[in-house]
Design a protein around this ligand. Structure first.
Ligand code: SF4
Length: 418
């Protein structure tokens, strides 16, 4: 559905320092994106950028939110709108700051409201003051396979009827799955699909520079097609939980992987724009730890460089909780057999993290591993995991049967888990 002429979008981040958005969506890839504007872009840059647009409308979008700290940033927005209109274009603003929309009546031509639960709950309070405004709603599809998205379509159709306006469903750049829109589109009047190809072919003005969508948007489906099939890579952590259970673990903030060759970093740099910085204590220590950030808006990569596949697996199988004793390499999951695949799958599916007692091989971990594990525990709790950790006197209900069910009898020894 790629258009003959690309869409033109001015990306804004009004903040000179930091990220100008009041929300903190876990799936947001813009926060920390290196080319995010730092303050308003100049009128000359905007004017030069839109010169080649063959469509009738220019979008003003995040990056951060264009209506963030509205009163303070309104002069910048008005200046940008003026430049765009002087060249005969209409202006569309994409926002979640809905309380300010009506103030832009007669100034902005179209609004696209990105829906989340907070925004949805507040909509009714604005219906009157939005009368006569050109407004549509948009939602990024959850990162599910097409088969699961199909089951959501009746709910989207009901939502669209309730909203009474056009509902735009956008393909999710964070998804590992290619969406077959032909299976989603039948019979839902008022719903429009935006495949990521449309965004990838668009033109964007960001930090004083024009970009194509390909340059700035990281397609995680392509990234994972590589990560999941290079035998030198072992994925672990949140990405693997998402792969096992996309609807329960629909979001993960970063990508954890073990690599057995530095060539993996080279590949990630060449094909996906990642730059890696070593974060280990000393360059001579082993394994070596790297943080990778892409020049495109995408998830950071925590990369642990190990010497062999055996080390990679030993690293994963020494995790403190059962839910983390699973990895993925070259098309296959592998599980800690001492716990069993069924038990680990069940624990991930039901969000129950159980400390695995006994002696752990800590030789591959960095010296700050206790802090890393404490942070991880906090992250799990924030994500709704129930944590069974006998170190915190929850021993009696800790232990998993091979079937994966929890057992309250102390008699079911910890030996089962080792
Ligand atoms: S509202 Fe948009 S820009 Fe703000 S954190 Fe969420 S996804 Fe990012």
């Amino acid at each position: 559905m790629a258009s003959a002429h690309p869409n033109f979008t001015v990306i804004v981040n009004w903040n000179k320092k930091g990220f100008g958005c009041a929300k903190a969506c876990s799936y947001c890839n813009w926060r920390g994106w290196p080319a995010l504007p730092k303050g308003p872009q100049s009128k000359e840059q905007v004017a030069a950028f839109i010169l080649n647009c063959k469509k009738g409308t220019i979008s003003i979008s995040g990056g951060a939110d264009p209506l963030y700290r509205f009163e303070e940033n309104l002069p910048h927005l008005l200046s940008m709108v003026r430049v765009i209109k002087e060249q005969g274009f209409k202006v569309r603003v994409i926002t979640r700051e809905i309380e300010h929309i009506a103030k832009l009546r007669g100034i902005v031509d179209r609004f696209s409201i990105s829906l989340d639960s907070d925004v949805l709950a507040a909509l009714d309070g604005y219906r009157e003051e939005w009368r006569g405004l050109d407004i549509e709603y948009s939602i990024v599809l959850p990162p599910f396979p097409t088969s699961q998205l199909i089951t959501l379509m009746p709910q989207y159709a009901a939502l669209q009827r309730q909203l009474g306006r056009r509902l735009v469903l956008r393909e999710n750049f964070n998804s590992l799955h290619k969406v077959d829109f032909s299976q989603l589109s039948s019979g839902h009047q008022g719903i429009v699909f935006v495949p990521k190809a449309l965004c990838l072919s668009g033109r964007y003005l960001a930090d004083q520079q024009e970009y194509s969508g390909q340059d700035i948007l990281l397609d995680h489906q392509q990234l994972f097609a590589y990560l999941m099939h290079d035998p030198r890579i072992h994925l672990f952590g949140g990405a693997v939980k998402h792969m096992l259970s996309p609807s329960i673990h629909s979001e993960f903030t970063d990508i954890d992987l073990l690599a057995t060759s530095t060539d993996v970093m080279t590949q990630l740099q060449e094909h996906f724009g990642y730059r890696f910085k070593e974060v280990a204590e000393t360059a001579s220590s082993s394994p070596r730890y790297f943080l990778g950030k892409s020049s495109r808006a995408g998830k950071p990569i925590h990369l642990v460089l190990v010497k062999s596949i055996e080390e990679a697996r030993r690293f994963i199988l020494a995790a403190q909780y059962d839910i983390d004793r699973v990895g993925y390499c070259d098309g296959q999951f592998f599980f800690d057999e001492r716990i069993s695949e069924a038990a680990i799958r069940h624990a991930i599916q039901t969000k129950q993290a159980t400390f695995v007692g006994g002696t752990r091989d800590m030789t591959l971990f960095s010296s700050n591993r206790p802090q890393v594990e404490a942070r991880h525990q906090g992250k799990l709790a924030r994500r709704g995991f129930v944590i069974h950790d006998y170190r915190k006197l929850d021993y009696a209900s800790n232990h998993l049967h091979p079937s994966g069910s929890h057992e309250n009898r102390r008699g079911d020894s910890v030996v089962r888990l080792l």
